[in-house]
Design a binder for this molecule. Structure first.
Ligand code: COA
Length: 343
């Protein structure tokens, strides 16, 4: 029987950093409010000339180098994104072309901040079924292009970036143990970007001397009822981590690392408490990345991996919650040794 193993990991964060103090200049907020309510201190913002596909390609190059593979060793490419370069073609086909990939299927999936967790479940099922041997899975987001930079209740939360993994089917035990996915569209109005569209060619937006590459400014932007999202997220994430442990007959104490979606440190702490986990065993990047939507879980995984703390034989739990609402979790028995930056 085939098992899906992660054999390469990569990440990309744009150069430009926006701190909470930078945000104080454009909306009525404070560094202390943002840190206390969210745990965020800074976030990266995509460059004016960059698109979601550029960040995705950069993360993919690092993941391929780490796996010791080239793009044409890949059998399928999936990009999870909420901020595609354009409505079509898919960002995945644009990434394929930027990486000089040929003749393998490429497509996007959209489950907002749960995109990577959903994508991992898809890729794992297709590898187990024998449809593909190697899948390149990327989460990439230019959230700064769909937030309303005049709305302090949302613009302080998000950031940009990309994370990628290469999955490979092997008969060896371990790798992805399984996944649990959920959605409930009855909540769809609590978190949405009703009029947003493709974002490869942003208009400019200038405010208080800060130059944004965005078309948002309140028109095609994220709208959120933060309090209600928070409440449901804590409940559903608590339920889904219990469910996945039960399904695969594991206990809280069997989990070595929790790699949660990085939306808010208080949501992360609530899930860790539910699992009785020390925060030392929880990947935490929200402070420096903000919420990078579908990129958040693979970026957190990449940081933990490159810190040298992930060891073969450890069990890791990934989880995410998103607009829709769509949420889910994946369990992985880690098998990869060390990392390589390749060339
Ligand atoms: N700076 C300063 N004050 C702010 C602010 C900001 N950036 N944003 C909101 N406020 C104000 C509100 O206007 C409100 O003021 P009032 O009491 O005078 O009305 C006060 O702070 C409290 O707002 P509230 O919305 O109750 O704060 P909160 O503790 O719920 O925190 C969030 C707000 C958005 C941080 C929190 O609800 C959250 O993280 N929600 C989930 C978001 C999320 O994870 N979304 C993505 C899911 S994938």
């Amino acid at each position: 029987m085939m098992h899906s193993h992660i054999v390469g990991i990569g990440g990309y964060l744009p150069e430009r950093i926006m701190t909470n103090h930078d945000l104080e200049k454009i909306v009525d907020t404070s560094d202390s409010w943002i840190r206390e309510r969210t745990g965020i201190s800074r976030r990266h913002i995509i460059g004016r000339e960059q698109a979601t596909s550029d960040m995705a390609a950069a993360a993919a190059r690092q993941a391929l180098a780490d796996a010791g593979l080239t793009i044409n060793d890949i059998d399928a490419l999936i990009v999870a994104t909420t901020t595609p370069d354009m409505i079509f073609p898919s960002t995945a086909t644009i990434v394929q072309s930027k990486l000089d990939g040929k003749d393998f299927p490429a497509w996007d999936i959209q489950a907002v901040c749960s995109g990577f967790v959903y994508g991992l479940a898809h890729a794992d099922c297709m590898i187990r079924a024998g449809m593909f041997r190697r899948v390149l899975l990327i989460g990439s987001e230019a959230m700064s292009r769909i937030v309303d930079w005049t709305d302090r209740t949302t613009c302080v939360l998000f950031g940009d970036g990309a994370g990628a993994v290469v999955l490979e089917g092997r008969e060896q035990e371990g790798g992805v143990v399984g996944s649990v996915l959920h959605a409930d569209g009855a909540y769809r109005d609590l978190l949405k970007a009703e009029h947003a569209h493709g974002h490869a060619s942003p208009d400019s937006f200038h405010r208080e001397g800060i130059d944004f590459a965005t078309d948002a400014a309140g028109i095609a932007a994220v709208e959120m009822k933060g309090n209600e999202v928070f409440r449901v997220a804590v409940t559903k994430l608590g339920e889904v981590v219990n469910e996945i442990l039960q399904r695969y007959e594991l206990e809280d104490k069997d989990i070595d690392w929790l790699i949660p979606h990085q939306a808010n440190i208080r949501i992360i702490q609530a899930t860790a408490r539910k699992l009785g986990m020390d925060m030392q065993r929880v990947a935490q990047t929200v402070k420096d990345h903000g919420n990078t939507s579908s990129a958040s879980v693979p970026l957190a995984l990449n940081e933990l991996y490159r810190s040298g703390q992930l060891q073969p034989g450890q069990t890791i739990l990934l989880e995410a919650f998103a607009g829709g609402f769509a949420w889910g979790a994946n369990l992985i028995k880690w098998t990869k040794q060390g990392f390589s930056n390749g060339t």
